[in-house]
Design a protein around this ligand. Sequence first.
Ligand SMILES: C[S@@+](CC[C@H](N)C(=O)[O-])C[C@H]1O[C@@H](n2cnc3c(N)ncnc32)[C@H](O)[C@@H]1O
Length: 403
Amino acid sequence: MPVLPPHHPITNSMNLIDKNNPLLAKIFETINNSPEKIITFAEYMNLCLYDPEYGYYNSAKIIIGNQGDFFTSSSLSSDFGELLAIQLEEFWQVLGKPSNFKLVEMGAGNGNLALTIINYLFNHYPNFASNIEYIIIEKSQTLKVKQQQLFSDNLANTIQIKWEDWDSIPDNSIIGCFFSNELVDAMPVHLIRYSHKKLEEIYLTEKGNQLLIKYDSLSSQDIYNYFEILDINFDKNIYPDDYHTEVNLNAIDWLSQVFTKLKQGYLLTIDYGYTAKKYYHPQRSQGTLKCYYQHRHHHNPYVNIGSQDITSHVNFTALEKYGELLGLSNLAYTKQALFLMSLGLGDRLSELSDGKMSLRKILQRREELHNLINPEGLGNFGVLLQTKNLTTIQSQFSLQGFY
Ligand SMILES: C[S@@+](CC[C@H](N)C(=O)[O-])C[C@H]1O[C@@H](n2cnc3c(N)ncnc32)[C@H](O)[C@@H]1O
């Protein structure tokens, strides 16, 4: 497969590969039905990932874990979910153990994380388990069905679990914790280019059954505002010509939805990403957009249309700054390795030397645990904790995962 920078125009050979791709036909239809006969890259990415019929996350091809295109912390072993469950229980304690505490997982993938958390809470924190309702918000209908199937096959306890859409949750109704693992990196982004001293956006159009790239002015004032709010100034003469990057406006809408629904409690975001300074560093001239196909990554979002994952890094500064503007407080930020070690991953590693396991099992467990804290991989993920309407005393509580 050719590996091309994200802005490289489609070539004939790629079109031959995709000639009979029904998603490409749908993308052309969307382009041709639009007033200007162009769509933004964000619209294109949304179709590639979330088209109800052929989008990657709605297709039969979506398998998260070793058998799929990529794995996540929760698909490696149950350790991630179990340690996270310890932190979630502590949130409940800090809020005074309310009887209507809700855990809202957004973007639950194959449902493994939810199942692990629920089972762990039931076995280790029955008091908490009997006081919660577990809600999943999932954009992909295919994954929602998979999650429901997993729960009907495995749920051996009485925790209430339900699937909701944003619209079905009343405003200011959730006391509890909204949380996600690798949700924000899966949101469609706007692709931006800085060229000849001005900002442009990347659009897609169609000509003679070919998908073509078009550069034009930014599709929304919100993108200019985004850079202004983050103090990223392209007029400073430090950016090279043909600089490419991304802007995730969907993350800002999502943040605002969480804020609207949360009455009191936490928003916990775990994902890979950078601060705004690092994200928009002049040397990061090709941005962070990445595609995953059969456990290999590359930078061409215009191949394997509907059969590959497309992601971009999370801008944690944007979540913090926009969160503050909305009225959230930024309580803590740490790295996944430190977060999990503080919650007891180190103890799990020590237990491996107690002589109770076979050597084979010890090696397997050690690899699983090390993967979660690998500083060049999952361990380097960011863990951002934001809160709404906590009292001063609640905010000052020293949380185990953030020591
Ligand atoms: C990369 S997967 C991560 C899955 C899972 N959290 C894990 O750790 O394995 C991204 C998940 O987010 C879902 N998703 C993407 N955008 C969403 C949104 N706006 N609301 C809810 N779910 C979303 C996808 O369908 C998918 O389930």
